[in-house]
Write a protein that binds this ligand. Structure first.
Ligand code: HEC
Length: 138
C-alpha cells in the first residue's frame, strides 16, 4: 500500500517534469508506469536485460532528474548513450555510478546514490541507457 503511494508520487513528479519540458511531448500515463512496475516483478523470467532496465528506470526515481531526450537536472539518457560505447566495461562503470552517485562528468550537480539497488539491477539500467542511441553491446 505504501509502495503504491510512493509510486504514485513518483509518477506525478515525473509527469510534472515531462509536462514542464517544452520540447518533445511524450505522452505517458500512470497506467503505463504501473504496468512497468508489474514488469519488474516478473524480472526473474524476463530474458531481455534492456527491457528490465527500462522498467527499473521508470519505477525508480531516475526520471525525477533524467529524461530520455531532454536535459533536466541530469543529462538526457540519450546523451549518455552517445557519450559512451556500449561495452561491458562501460556497463560496469555506469552501474557503479548509478549505485554510488557522484558528480563531475556532466557538471557539478551530483547524482544521488542508489544504495538499495543490486549490481544486477544497476547493470540492467546501464544497459538500457546505453542502448538508447541504437548501439548494440559489443
Ligand atoms: C537527484 C537527481 C538524479 C537522480 C534521482 C538520478 N540521477 Fe543520474 N545523474 C544525475 C546527474 C546530476 C548526473 C551527472 C553527474 C556527473 O556529472 O558526474 C547524472 C548522471 C547519470 C548517468 C551518467 C553517469 C556518467 O558518469 O556519465 C547515468 C547513466 C545516470 N545518471 C543514470 C541514472 C539512473 C539509472 C537513475 C535512477 C536509478 C538516476 N540516474 C537517478 C542526477 C540524477
Amino acid at each position: 500500500m505504501e509502495i503504491k503511494m510512493k509510486l504514485k508520487l513518483q509518477v506525478m513528479a515525473g509527469l510534472v517534469i515531462l509536462s514542464a519540458c517544452s520540447g518533445k511531448t511524450e505522452t505517458r500515463n500512470a497506467e503505463e508506469y504501473v504496468a512497468n512496475d508489474a514488469g519488474i516483478e516478473a524480472k526473474g523470467t524476463a530474458a531481455d536485460p534492456i527491457a528490465v532496465g527500462e522498467a527499473l528506470v521508470k519505477s525508480n526515481d531516475c526520471n525525477t532528474c533524467h529524461h530520455k531526450t531532454n536535459t533536466v537536472i541530469g543529462p538526457a539518457h540519450l546523451k549518455v548513450a552517445e557519450k559512451y560505447e556500449f561495452t561491458e566495461a562501460n556497463v560496469k562503470l555506469l552501474a557503479a555510478k548509478i549505485m554510488k552517485g557522484g558528480s563531475g562528468v556532466w557538471g557539478q550537480i551530483p547524482m544521488a546514490a542508489h544504495v538499495d539497488l543490486t549490481e544486477e539491477e544497476a547493470e540492467s539500467m546501464a544497459r538500457y541507457v546505453l542502448s538508447l542511441d541504437g548501439e548494440k553491446e559489443h
